[in-house]
Design a protein around this ligand. Sequence first.
Ligand code: FES
Length: 172
Amino acid sequence: MGDIRESAAGKAEEDLSLITRRRFLGYGSGLLSALIGIALGLPLVRFYVGDTFKEREGRWLRLGAIEEVTAGQPKLFRASHVDRDGWRQTARRESVYAVTQDGKDYVVFSNACTHLGCPVHWDDSAQSFLCPCHNGGFNIRGEVTKGPAPRPLDRLEHKVEEGTLYVKVMGG
Ligand code: FES
């Protein structure tokens, strides 16, 4: 009888160690599978998400020679570039006005009306930027003079280097 009990206890101990070993192997292989999955999945996530959450710095876009801008006469510049946002690439065409009053300091305005984004144009006779969509108007400083626009024309970051005017645009 004692032998049977001892044998049963030994068997139970053996089963317990087997279960523990099985459990350990189960956890170990699960962990290993998860690590392999992460290692294989990370490049895919990086490919699709790319720089989406990275703050976009923008880049300088060449507009043209600064001597093309005469005092008191807004000059329209157009330039194309590719906006790269992660894996997406979008061809963009920028239209901006450069203005100087003294040939030294310059302001660069977006030509997008601040009401609903229609392109404004400089009208010499009215001495204003006019918006054809809802009869909006802005003076040479970009301030609203008439119409529904809620704020002045947007001023864009710019620089002059070796006689060339650049504007900062989004994209890589
Ligand atoms: S979009 Fe320019 S006034 Fe409405």
